[in-house]
Design a protein around this ligand. Sequence first.
Ligand code: NAP
Length: 297
Amino acid sequence: MTSSGQYPKNAPEIYGVVGYPVNHSLSPGMHNAAFKSLGINANYLAFEIKPDVLPLFLKQLNKLGISGVNLTLPHKEIAYKYLRNMSKEARETGTVNTIKNTNGKLFGESTDAYGLLASLKEEFKLTSLKNKSILLLGAGGAASAVAGKLASSGIKTLYIANRTQEKAVRLAEKTESSSSTRCFVIPLDDKAVSMVISDVDLLINATSSGLKLTDKPPVTWSALRKGLLVYDMIYNPPITPLLKEAKKAGAICANGLGMLLHQGARAFTIWTGKKAPLTVMRNALSKSVKSSCKQKS
Ligand code: NAP
């Protein structure tokens, strides 16, 4: 900023990811590679903001010269409560993970479900979810962000299993009230999962259990089956404790890197109006994951 309080004309546009903590985020590498490849004069940064300060930070977004942000843990629901203008999808999910600032007017979007569906299509060739049965593990922000979209994609049954069962019940009621999908809440344990697994086409892990290799998997191989599609939203570590168990059971597995890529690509288009350079973004992400795995080992 100049001494007159103005930004110089050739200053880069500023974007970023806001989280607490945020230093693990792979989004800066992915978005900066995308800006560079399209010759866009912009910088994508990581902002570590405590949850109680988030509303103040968002209020100052325009003054800070920030054109857009992504929100990650634990900010998606706080941003939803703070914003007035948002897309239908954000309103339905109760979460905001992308904000565009147009001259001080903030607009919220939720791109997680878009990212998940694009990734399922890519990883499992799942072009349609019509009449499928899905078991969703988790009832937090990520699960809430995708449950409605899964239901509106025409799935037959949605089983929801969460450590805190009341949250699963609330999510099931909300999902069922806005779709014709049948929702069932089951306990998050091997016994309950093995009772429904023959009816399940796709299991999605939306719990944060698995972020550490030492985490106990939310379900083990004995409750899973051969040929089951298992998608873990976690992408780092790339092979989570759940994916290890799923492989042991002969399931077909994918981690959440594709979801991260496609939600980010959607945010990029919302901010710039341009088609996201997917290959460049994918390569940047793979590079970051490899280097983060090296640092951990
Ligand atoms: P969140 O709102 O904090 O919810 C966490 C969920 O995990 C809750 O359902 C919680 O259950 C459950 N959980 C936490 N620790 C557990 C444990 N030890 N055993 C069993 N369940 C446990 O987080 P979120 O935003 O939903 O994110 C969930 C995961 O999805 C994170 O790992 C995040 O990295 C990932 N994610 C990935 C992408 C992507 O682009 N790939 C996008 C969004 C999120 P309770 O309700 O009982 O606490």
